[in-house]
Design a protein around this ligand. Sequence first.
Ligand code: MG
Length: 522
Amino acid sequence: MRTAPTILHLDMDAFFASAEQASKPSLRGKAVVVGGLGPRGVVATASYEARVFGVHSAMPMAQARRLAPNAAYLVPRFGFYKSISEQVMGLLRSLSPLVEPLSLDEAFVDLEAGGVAWDEASARLAGVKLRADIRAVTGLTGSVGLAASKMLAKIASEQAKPDGLVVIEPGTERALLGPMSVRTLPGVGPATGDHLRRAGITTVDEIAEAGDDELVRLLGKAHGHGLYAMALAHDERPVVAERETKSVSVEDTYDVDIHDRVRVGLEVQRLADRCVRRLRGAGLSGRTIVLKVRRYDFSTLTRSETLRGPTDDPAVVREAAARLLDAVDTTGGVRLLGVGVSGLADYTQEDLFAQAAGEERADRPPEESDDRPEGEPEAPVERRWPAGHDVRHAEYGHGWVQGSGLGRVTVRFETPDSEPGRVRTFQVDDPDLEPADPLPLVPHMPPPAPHEPPCAPASNEPHLPPASHLPPASHESPTPLGTRRPDGPDGPGTAVSQDSSGPATLPKSRSGNAGGGATSRP
Ligand SMILES: [Mg+2]
């Protein structure tokens, strides 16, 4: 392990919610919850103001609404977040060729490989400058952790949140880790965490005390050894620039086609469990769940669902696989089934349950990979005004949907650099109103003046004129934020998205056999 804290972990603060607040002046300093607003929706990100009420990622949306009824509830704009993410990743790549993204808003950087840091002082300097650059280019804040290993760098950034920088000095790692929860360690998801707790192991120190043999007995050879080493703060994993496309998958071919839908469902559950066992055996987790179905006529379908982040929880994979199966027509019989997990990582994050995939579906048009059986209805497209999404009105200009329902849509007209704007209500089919692209958060590059932070303070109250001053064509909406749901933009998902960029098909070379070849990760 290196002797200087030159591995950097960046994690943007409450990323989706912060991006929304920067985008919508009226929401700055307010509780904002981004996530699926449908019946099965979960919270993707809560702003720090919303976290005060106990709202957190992965919480069912209904529970969040009970805790914070006055928060703004917004449907994610993944395209917008992705464009900000690209700016951030660009800054990271200017520091080092070794940048390993973990999600849209999180990445490791090997500063030493980039020649920008070689000791604590230079690493700290690089971290400080990076945070300032991110702020200048995106208008958002990110927290930085610096340590001599990936595991510790990630722990450091967690401690730095929000809007901070923490350096863990080499030599202090074990004392720091000892009292922490086992869940702090890479590869310990909810399932592994429960398993360890049943064995009486809840802290990192207790893993160290239990010893290597006991860990191997509990978790198997690969996972047990790895975790024991991590507990001793031994983490030699390099920062890997490009993750090869890898997946862990299993599949079964049936001698006789399966016609019974219930049986098909059970087979998929069984395959999901088997797939997760291999995944966890390799100490990995994955983001994208893939279902493969070969039908009686040899037509082969793959369906995939991408979670917000990696999981190794069998329940999550089972649920995702079952949802994918829901959208597949199996009448006529099935001759092969497969379940795979790709988008592999060696981290598992608590806030990344499968339901979060519902939000991604809400943002992407449904696509299919192979074919669409005749007679299968097209997915409904009537979801024009998701809460939080951008619109443009011929007369009033750029705004965002504050809510819709009962044939009307309420729009707040404001832009990232405007004062908090005014609300107007229109008929949903108003010809003057159309969906729009998000506006950039920082209009003029480079950086804005330091005393004009894009995220204004909480005191930034809307300045609404009296209702009588409004033109007769519209009126001030009495609807508080988030109390109306959009007209079913993300009901119980019928649409299943195909992750077109990802490895949607199951590599044959890894399929089938129970042992070995589960992954090509070193
Ligand atoms: Mg983050």
